[in-house]
Ligand binder design. Structure first.
Ligand code: DGY
Length: 320
């Protein structure tokens, strides 16, 4: 009997896909750092039993209605706003993501970005690289303190809690806003639930970790930035479309807020001409939240395991 076919939308190391080796014939898009073109994905999906996708691949009705053999989509990300889960349910396609394995690495990056933005670390490093360091002055590259300040986490899931644990190590006061209160964060970390407006008004660092949904799209808009302190920083490690980027740009230029650390953008990748990336008070990163080698490989293995489980008619480990 023919083995099921799994299409992987990037070149991944074969050893990380070993859970799938026996279970399926694996085909991969031949590039590691370039997305699989839409027309190739649509064509491959027509014959695939499983897809291992990246967050840049759109899995929607157009693809699903022609994917007559498809049983499982495993997305190499915890966020899955690229997948129309309702349409997948309708077509009886099981969708999986990669929670938990990336929690600590993403929290590390979130805190690193917060620190880089507050203490102007990238800008300071550039002073040396550009040969501009000619002396010392009392306000030379002076940034903002982090310790003992208030961090406000919007989206207190497992990554939010891991960020809050790091914040506690810096003696920070932790506020959070979620639709539901998170008793673990409250009991373990003394985090305090506040309304969205209270969080904006009281936080020195507003950290966005909320998933992108219809409800959260553009939740950080002009009216939200106006409520923040003039000395506050906005840090986004969730999805770019949670922010109205034009409004963020205006808030920064008009000094309604002090700065921003951005790992994500509305349309990725951005070019060096992107207005936000050109502001000195913005630290911009190319969506590297979970990008450590160990974590990315754990994510690959989890995707492969989930696909193998579904193809073997078993329950996957992390179904969406
Ligand atoms: C995710 O997994 O959703 C992250 O954005 C990847 O870095």
């Amino acid at each position: 009997m023919d083995k099921p076919i799994v299409y992987v939308t990037r070149t991944l190391p074969e050893e990380q896909l070993s859970p799938l080796k026996e279970a399926a014939d694996i085909e991969m898009w031949e590039k590691e750092d370039e997305p699989c073109p839409r027309d190739v994905l649509l064509e491959k999906a027509k014959t695939a039993d499983g897809l291992l996708t990246m967050l840049s691949d759109r899995i929607d009705e157009e693809l699903l209605k022609e994917a007559l053999h498809l049983k499982v989509v495993a997305n190499l990300a915890v966020g899955y706003d690229n997948i129309d889960v309702e349409a997948a349910n309708k077509h009886r396609v099981i969708c999986c993501n990669t929670p938990d394995v990336l929690t600590e690495s993403t929290a590390d990056l979130t805190f690193a970005l917060l620190m880089a933005a507050a203490r102007r670390i990238i800008e300071a490093s550039d002073w040396i690289k550009q040969g501009r360091w000619t002396g010392w002055g009392p306000y030379f590259l002076a940034g903002a303190d982090i310790h003992h300040k208030t961090i406000g986490i919007v989206g207190m899931g497992s990554i939010g809690r891991a960020v809050a644990r790091r914040a506690k190590g810096f003696s920070m006061n932790v506020l959070y806003h979620n639709r539901r209160q998170n008793s673990e964060a409250e009991e373990e970390l003394g985090a305090v639930w506040v309304s969205f407006d209270e969080l904006l008004e009281q936080s020195d660092f507003v950290v966005c970790l909320t998933p992108l949904t219809k409800e959260t799209k553009h939740m950080f808009n002009r009216s939200a930035f106006k409520k923040m302190k003039h000395t506050a920083f906005f840090i986004n490690v969730s999805r770019g479309q949670v922010v109205d980027e034009g409004d963020l740009y205006d808030a920064l230029v008009e000094k309604e807020i002090a700065g921003a650390g951005l790992d994500v953008f509305a349309e990725e990748p951005i070019s060096k001409k992107h207005p936000l990336a050109n502001l000195p008070q913005v630290t911009a990163l190319p969506h590297i939240g979970s990008a450590s080698k160990e974590t990315r490989e754990a994510m690959m293995r989890l995707c492969a395991e989930n696909i193998a489980l579904v193809l073997g008619e078993k329950q996957p480990k992390t179904e969406i």
